[in-house]
Design a protein around this ligand. Structure first.
Ligand SMILES: CC(C)(COP(=O)(O)OP(=O)(O)OC[C@H]1O[C@@H](n2cnc3c(N)ncnc32)[C@H](O)[C@@H]1OP(=O)(O)O)[C@@H](O)C(=O)NCCC(=O)NCCS
Length: 281
């Protein structure tokens, strides 16, 4: 069940869940005093509960971007044994409802572009877009196990009332169309036969209208087995996103498993503006 987090006991469970999901040290978890103050000041704290047990949460705070008030969703987490059951998705939908009730139509957040699951949730299920790549967003590393291979992030925009988002929320994930587009694209970074990232020639790629960037299906297992290979993926994708976004592309889609079940996923980047892609916002 998804509901607002209000009681002190529930807020205390947030700290424990943060430590479990990100393996954060005491120094890096959010102080309880800040959690309480941010909640009292009207920011959005949502929990997914199994009985009284907190099994997931989402925290978003008010921010400003390009002169508009928006919600920046700082944290979304689901306990490992409850993952892949749509809880992350449902927490985002409830966050969207709360934002709309506040008269807010735009949400932002960041995620690690090497995380295929997050990319699928964000682009395919929710319909975000991105025009900004942040190198070492939280610094070179933190105490989190998920922050060992630098902390690069895509800054995503979720245009809550747009047709694009509404279609995604109706279950139209656009996979067939995206796969068709991908079949005609030369990846800027490609998953080669041995699992390494192969780069293509930049000049020719940036002259095209669309390009794609591939990522492994499970970067966390690459990180565990071969941290050097995970670093190569970071370097290659950092290069590709940075060059493409600077050259006037934005990230429009992500499609998982583009070459069979264990195949890599691929981002589709398109030349033009987010405003043209989502004109009705
Ligand atoms: C990201 C997170 C919140 C998602 O929560 P969740 O409840 O598992 O998400 P959902 O079940 O709603 O959606 C997951 C989707 O990814 C899919 N998925 C699972 N593994 C995948 C992979 N390796 N590649 C692509 N998609 C994958 C699932 O099948 C599901 O999609 P579907 O419903 O279309 O089949 C959760 O994994 C988590 O807590 N991760 C660690 C912390 C984190 O990264 N937080 C977000 C950034 S702050």
């Amino acid at each position: 069940m998804i509901r607002d987090i209000t009681a002190l006991g529930d807020l205390l469970q947030v700290e424990e869940l943060e430590k479990t999901v990100w393996a954060l040290s005491d120094q890096d978890v959010m102080p309880l005093t800040l959690i309480i103050a941010s909640k009292e000041a009207g920011n959005i704290w949502l929990g997914a509960f199994d009985g009284d047990k907190l099994v997931g949460f989402a925290f978003g705070f008010l921010g400003r971007e390009n002169g508009r008030t928006m919600i920046h969703s700082h944290m979304l987490a689901v306990r490992e044994s409850y993952q892949d059951l749509d809880l992350g998705y449902k927490l985002k939908l409830t966050q969207r409802d709360r934002a709309l009730a506040m008269g807010i139509r735009q949400m932002t957040w960041t995620f690690d572009p090497l995380q295929s699951k997050n990319a699928h949730l964000n682009f395919a299920k929710l319909g975000v877009v991105s025009r900004t790549y942040k190198t070492d967003f939280y610094g070179p590393e933190t105490s989190s196990l998920l922050h060992r291979n630098s902390t690069d992030r895509l800054w995503v925009e979720w245009r809550l009332t747009s047709k694009h988002v509404q279609q995604r929320l109706q279950g139209k994930d656009g996979r067939a169309e995206v796969l068709e587009v991908l079949s005609r694209l030369q990846p800027l970074v490609q998953f080669d036969g041995s699992g390494e990232p192969a780069r293509t020639e930049l000049g020719a790629a940036l002259g095209r209208q669309r390009i794609c960037i591939e990522i492994p299906t499970d970067i966390n297992s690459v990180q565990r087995k071969d941290p050097e290979l995970a670093r190569e993926w970071r370097q290659a994708t950092r290069w590709a996103f940075t060059e493409a976004l600077q050259a006037g592309f934005f990230v429009a889609e992500f499609c998982r498993s583009v070459r069979g079940n264990q195949g890599p996923g691929a981002y589709v980047l398109q030349k033009g503006t987010v405003e043209e892609f989502i004109p009705e916002f």
